[in-house]
Design a protein around this ligand. Structure first.
Ligand code: SAM
Length: 231
C-alpha cells in the first residue's frame, strides 16, 4: 500500500468535468462540514432524491458492516464521501483506499484516519488491475450516469476474480440515466451532471454485458445490495 500512500500525497487530478465541479461545490462541502442535510439530487422535472448526509457522516451501521464483512483483500471505496467505510475497514485490518472528487470528502476521510485520494474513478489510479474488492455504495452506481461504463471501468481496476459490492435502488424496476443538480434547502441550483439509478435487475443486465457474474444479493429494510465477481 506504500504506492497508494505516495499517490495520496501527490493529490494529482485531471481537469474537472461537470460532475466533479458539482460534488466539489459548496452545498455538498457545507453539508459534510455540518454533518447533515438537507441536500438533494434534483432531476430536471423537479423530482428530488434526498442525500443521506447524516448517515454518511455517522459511524458504519449494521448494513455497512455486513458489506465490510464480505470484502476480500485490498478495498477501493469509490466515491467514499466522508469516509465511514474506509475508516471502519482500517479498524478491521483491511488495507483500504477511498477515492472521491470532493476535497471536503477526502479531507473528512483522512481526518477519520482513513487513506483517501482526490481522484475520479475514471482517472489513472494506483493498484489498477490489483484491487481485491471495490465498493459502490450509497447510490454510487450512479457515478458518471452510465452504469455499464462504470462497470467496465471497475473491471479494469480489480484483479481477476475480484469482488464488486454495489448498492442498488430499493425500487427494483428503476433503470434511469438522467441529468441532476445538487440542491440544498435554499434550492440553490448547482451544475447539471449525469447520474444513474438502477434496481437489481437492471444492474444484473448491465453486469452480464460488461464482464461480471453475480455472486449474491441481500437486503435490509432500507437498502439492497448485489455482489459481482470479475470474470
Ligand atoms: C451519493 S454520494 C455517496 C457518499 C458516500 N459513499 C459516503 O459514504 O458518504 C456520491 C459520492 O461520490 C463522489 N463522486 C462523484 N463522482 C465521482 C467520480 N467520478 N469518482 C469518484 N467519486 C465521485 C461524490 O463526491 C460523493 O462523495
Amino acid at each position: 500500500m506504500s504506492g497508494v500512500r505516495a499517490a495520496a500525497r501527490t493529490g494529482l487530478r485531471r481537469t474537472a468535468p461537470a460532475a466533479e465541479r458539482a460534488w466539489s461545490a459548496d452545498p455538498y462541502a457545507d453539508a459534510l462540514h455540518a454533518g447533515r442535510g438537507p441536500l438533494f439530487l434534483r432531476r430536471a422535472d423537479g423530482w428530488l432524491l434526498p442525500l443521506d448526509v447524516e448517515r454518511w457522516c455517522a459511524e458504519a451501521d449494521a448494513a455497512d458492516l455486513e458489506v465490510l464483512r464480505r470484502c476480500e483483500g485490498t478495498v477501493l471505496d469509490v466515491g467514499c464521501g466522508p469516509g465511514r467505510l474506509v475508516a471502519a475497514l482500517g479498524a478491521r485490518g483491511h488495507r483500504a483506499l477511498g477515492i472521491d472528487v470532493s476535497e471536503a470528502a477526502v479531507a473528512h476521510t483522512v481526518g477519520r484516519g482513513g487513506q483517501a485520494l482526490l481522484r475520479s474513478v475514471f482517472d489513472p489510479l494506483p493498484g489498477t488491475g490489483r484491487w481485491g474488492t471495490a465498493l459502490l455504495v450509497d447510490g454510487n452506481i450512479g457515478i458518471g450516469g452510465d452504469p455499464a461504463a462504470l462497470l467496465r471501468r471497475l473491471a479494469q481496476l480489480l484483479a481477476p476474480g475480484g469482488l464488486l459490492i454495489a448498492e442498488t435502488s430499493l425500487h427494483p424496476d428503476v433503470d434511469e440515466r438522467v441529468l441532476v443538480q445538487i440542491t440544498d434547502a435554499n434550492g440553490t441550483p448547482g451544475t447539471p451532471f449525469p447520474w444513474a439509478r438502477v434496481g437489481t435487475p437492471a444492474l444484473l443486465r448491465h453486469a452480464a454485458t460488461t464482464g461480471w457474474h453475480p455472486t449474491d444479493q441481500w437486503s435490509t429494510s432500507e437498502r439492497t445490495f448485489v455482489s459481482l465477481r470479475r470474470e
